[in-house]
Design a protein around this ligand. Structure first.
Ligand code: G1P
Length: 292
């Protein structure tokens, strides 16, 4: 059986919804308590059995690179202070996965970012995880969303997108799928549109930043007509692909946070704090004290 060995994590966006923080700090590095969002996403890839990670960056984002690289000087300093646990912790981050940094020279859309990584993917089927979509399966920590999608890919030997239903008012923020056939959590797709108006949306199933794609997607991305800003959309590429071969969506189990959105970020911080043994009691007590 074919295996998914590689995942792309595009981190090339400008983060305009979160200025001024994103002026110098990539949104993928925003910490949820003490851990950058991107580290949770790399961990999800790890737990889903994917070993090789391609992080796509547009301009120099030294913070992302240095977070996933060994820092001997800091480790030595921590060890000299007898902070061995902390030294081991920062050492382990660099060893989480085999990470390659891929350059997207110009911000020309998600489809363009993926095209920049064609050489790295080298003919294989592959996964994509968007760097600001944090998804946790709190009910079953061993079954992260990407693992659920990889299982669906193995079942069909076809591309699979991770979806959940969103309120009608929100369809215009997402790639929305058109459903041909529904079989429990598995949805056979017949189309996909990017950010439709609620009056014309084909469904309320939104793609939430997780994809497993057949390698053929590259041929279709090359056929996409760029929009008026010169951007090549991934959604448009998938819509072309599914005219020639089956593409499925999987209604995944998990809670998704949009870290590039202020309210999404606050929700993630509260939920994560309330699940941590070192914080939950203090946070609950504090919320009660201020009247919640
Ligand atoms: C991107 C994709 C969209 C997807 C969304 C999920 O949009 O283009 O199809 O539904 O991510 O977060 P963006 O949020 O970059 O505008």
């Amino acid at each position: 059986m074919k295996k998914i060995n590689k995942v792309l994590i595009p981190c090339a966006g400008l983060g305009t919804r979160f200025l001024p923080a994103t002026k110098s700090l990539p949104k993928e590095m925003f910490p949820i308590i003490d851990t950058p969002t991107l580290q949770y996403i790399v961990d999800e890839a790890n737990k889903s059995g994917i070993d090789e990670i391609g992080i796509i960056i547009s301009q120099a984002k030294p913070m992302i690179q240095s977070h996933f690289t060994v820092n001997e000087e800091l480790e030595q300093r921590l060890r000299a202070l007898n902070k061995n646990e902390e030294a081991d912790l920062i050492h382990s981050i660099a060893k989480m996965a085999k990470i390659t940094f891929i350059n997207q020279p110009e911000p020309k859309g998600l489809g363009h970012a993926i095209l920049c990584a064609e050489e790295f993917i080298n003919g294989e089927d592959f996964a994509i995880m968007l760097g600001d979509d944090l998804i946790m399966n709190f009910d079953d920590e061993n079954n992260p969303v990407m693992k659920q999608l990889v299982s669906a890919y193995e079942k069909y030997d076809a591309s699979v997108l991770g979806v959940q239903e969103v309120p009608l008012e929100d369809v215009s923020k997402y790639g929305i799928i058109k459903v041909n056939k529904e079989d429990g959590r598995y949805l056979e797709m017949s189309g996909m549109v990017e950010k439709p108006k609620k009056e014309v949306t084909p469904s309320r199933y939104a793609v939430l930043g997780r994809y497993v794609l057949k390698n053929e997607i590259f041929d279709y991305l090359r056929k996409v007509t760029p929009n008026k800003n010169g951007e090549i959309g991934l959604t448009e590429g998938i819509d072309l692909l599914l005219r020639d071969e089956k593409v499925y969506a999987y209604n995944f189990i998990g809670t998704r946070y949009d870290i590039g959105n202020k309210f999404g970020y606050v929700k993630a911080t509260i939920d994560f704090a309330l699940r941590r043994d070192d914080l939950k009691d203090k946070v609950k007590e504090y919320l009660k004290k201020i009247g919640y």
